[in-house]
Design a protein around this ligand. Sequence first.
Ligand code: MTE
Ligand code: HPA
Ligand code: MOS
Length: 761
Amino acid sequence: MDGHIDKLTIAGQSIRHDSALAHCTGDAKFVDDIPEVPGTLHAALVLSEVARGKLLALHTDKARAMPGVVAILDPKDIPGHNDVSPTHRGGEPLFVETDILHFGQALAMVVATTRDAALLAARAVTADVEVLTPILSVAESLAANDLLMDPMVMVNGDPDAALAASPLRLSGEFSCGGQEHFYLEGQICLAVPGEDGDFALYSSTQHPTEVQHITGGVLGCDYNRLSVHVRRLGGGFGGKESNASWVAAVAALGAYHTGKPVKFRMPRKTDMAVTGKRHPFLFRWDVGFDESGRIHAVDALMAADGGHTLDLSTGVLFRAVTHAMNVMAVPNLRVDGRVLRTNTVSNTAFRGFGGPQGVVLSEEIIRHVAKHLGRSPEAVRERNFAGEANGTLTPYGQKLEGDLIRRVWDETKDLSNWESRRAAVDAFNAAHTWKKRGLGSFVLAFGISFGVQAMNQAGALVHVYADGSIRLNHGGTEMGQGLFIKIAQVVAETFGVPLARVRITATSTAEVPNTSPTAASTGTDLNGWAARIAALAVKERMIKVAAEQWGVEPDDIEMSDDEVRSGNHRMRFSELAKLCLAKRVQLSAAGHYKTPGLSWDPKAMRGEPFFYFTYGASVAEVEIDTLTGEYRCLGAWLVEDCGRSLNPAVDLGQIEGAFVQGMGWLTTEELFWDKQGRLRTLGPSTYKIPGSRDVPEVFEVRLLEGAPARADTIFRSKAVGEPPLMLATCVWNALIDAAGVASMDIPATPERVLMAMSAHK
Ligand code: MTE
Ligand code: HPA
Ligand code: MOS
C-alpha cells in the first residue's frame, strides 16, 4: 500500500475550503439552522448554585406550573444509566443525585415549548443544599493529594544520581492556566424521535460514536436505535470531543419522554460555565546541568487540575508527560504526572491535549539555565537538541529526527533574520526607557497518534454512481479545519477525476460506524487512508471491467483526467461507471484503516506511541509598555513541517489560527473563579480571546519544503491541526525577554507583565 505518487494532480494544490464561501455568506448550515418541525420542544438545565455540597431536595412545583412547560426531568427519569463519563462507568452523572461537585453542575432539566420558557422555568426550580467548602485550586488539592487517578511517572536513566552529580543545579515552580474553547457555535443537539424508539441526533460533536454510546447508555437502548449526524461544527477545538455527548443525552432524554423533537442549546454564559476547559497545571522542577549548558538531569512534578472528574485527563496527562522534554534529549529524567481533583468543571481536551503544558516546562527550564549561565535560551536549547551529539531518543524510547529539528530551527532563524533582529532589539532597548522590546523563540516536536492505541483507526464509505459522480462518507467530522476537502482530494486523486465529481456528505454513525473522535490532529491521516482504501477497492473493480472490455491487462490501464485509458482505448470515467453497472459490478466499498506499528507499555512508560513526529519552530518579537504592562506582538515567523502538504491553503490557515489561539492561552485568556467557585469570566468582555489587532503585525508562515513524512502517511502529508498552537510559546518567551525577568506564569497578561517588572525592580 503505497500512498506516495509523484504526480499530484489535485493533492498539493491550493484548493480552498469546501465551505469557504458558505461560511462567509451564512449559507453553511449548522444544527440550529435545521428547520424546526412544528411541535419541536426545547430543553434547559437546572444548575447548581454552589461548587460543593449535598443535594437534599429539588422544588419543581412552581416551575411545572409555568407557561409552556412540558416536562421536568431529574435522575429518576433516566431509563438507563445516570452516567455520561467518556472513560469510566459511573464517573460522571448527567444529573446530580446527591454530591454536587462544581458550580453549574446539572441537577435536572426542563422541557418547554420555547427555549425562553424552558430557561425561565429552569431558573424557577429551587434546591435545598447542604453547602460544603470547595477545593478550587490545584495547589490546594495537591497539598491534600486528592488524586483522580494513580500518578503517571516516567523515569529514564538515574535522575537522582545524575542530579547529585551535576556541577550546577537550579529549581523552581510555575503554573499555567486553563483555556475556554470559545467555539463560535455553542454546544447543541437536536434529538428527533423516529419509529419504535429510534432517535436521530443532530449534534455538534467531534465524536459522533461517543454521542451514540453515551446517549444509548442514558436511554438504556441498543446503539442501533440511534443515528448521529454531523454536517459540520462551528469549531470544536477539543471542547466537543467529550462534552458534546452529555449535551446530546439531554436532548435525547427530552425527546424520549415527550415523543417530540427536542433541541438543547445553552446561552453562551451557561455554555462557558458548565463545559470543561484546558487543564491548568502547576509545575515544580529541579535541573542539573554543566557550564556548557548541557542538561544532565531533570526531576519534575506536573500537577494537572482535572476538575471534578477524570473525563479525558489520563490522555491529556500522557501527552503532557511525553512532551515535557520536547526537542531535548535529556539522559536522566523523572516526570511525576498527577491529575488533581478540584470543585470545578471537569477539564477536557483542548487543541494540543496536554502538549502545550508539556512543552512550556522544557522552555521554563531552558530559560533558567540560560540566565544562570549568561547565555541565550536559544544556545541552551540547541545544546540539548536531540540529534547526533546528544542521542535521538525521547525519554520513553522513541526516536526523534534530529535533522528535522535542526532544519526547522535553522529555517526559522533565517526567516526571522534572527541575528540582526536580536541586535536591533538590543539597540532599541538601549535607546528607550519606557518601551522595551523582546525576542523569543521555540522549537517543537509533536507526536502524532492517539495515546490510546485502539483509537487509531478509521472507516470510510465510497459510492460511485452510474453517472460517474462519487459520494464520500467517512468517520471524521468537519469543524472548520478543512478535513472534508482534504479527504475529497484524496478520493478524487485516487480515481483521477476532478474534485467536483466528489460529493462530501455529513458524518453519520449510520454510514460509517464505530469511529474514533476527530481529534489528536489525526483526522486526515486516519480518514484519508480509510477513504483511499475504499476508493482503491472500487477502482480495482472498475479497472477489471475496462480491461475485459478492451482485452488488455489491468496493469496497462490508467485512470486520470477524468478518463480511463489503455493504448488507443479510452473512455470517460462516467462511461466506465455505466458499463460497470451493466456488468453487475459493485461500485461501492467500505474502507478501514488502522495505524501500523504503535506500541506502549503503560507500566514501564516506554514504547513508540506515535506514528511520527511533526516539527515546527517559531520566533516572535514583542514590545511592552513598561508603565502599563500592555504589549503588542510586532512580528511572528514560523516554519512548520506538514510533510508534503495535501492542501497548503488549508494548512497555512490552520497554522495561523492555531498560533493566534496559542497566543491567547499564553497571554490574555484568563479564567477567573470567585471564592464560591463561580466562574466570573463568562463572555468576551471579561475573558480576553485574541482579536484581530492581536494578530502579529508581521506574520510570516512557511511550510518546510521537501521534507516528506518518513512514515507511510496519506500522500506523504503530515498532521497540522494542533502542533502550531504550541509555536506560540515563543511569544511567552519574548514577553519574558522584554520584561527582563526569569519567568512569568501563564497567561502572561498585561497585569502579570507589569507585576513581574515591578517585582524585578
Ligand atoms: N480548526 C478549526 N477551524 N476548528 C477547530 O475546531 N480543532 C483543532 C484543529 N483545528 C479545530 C481546528 C483540533 S483540537 C484538532 S485535534 C484538529 O483540528 C482536528 O482535526 P484534524 O485531525 O482533521 O486536523
Ligand atoms: N488527543 C485528543 N483526544 C484524545 C487523545 C489525544 O491524544 N487520546 C484520546 N483522546
Ligand atoms: Mo483536538 S484537542 O485533539 O480535539
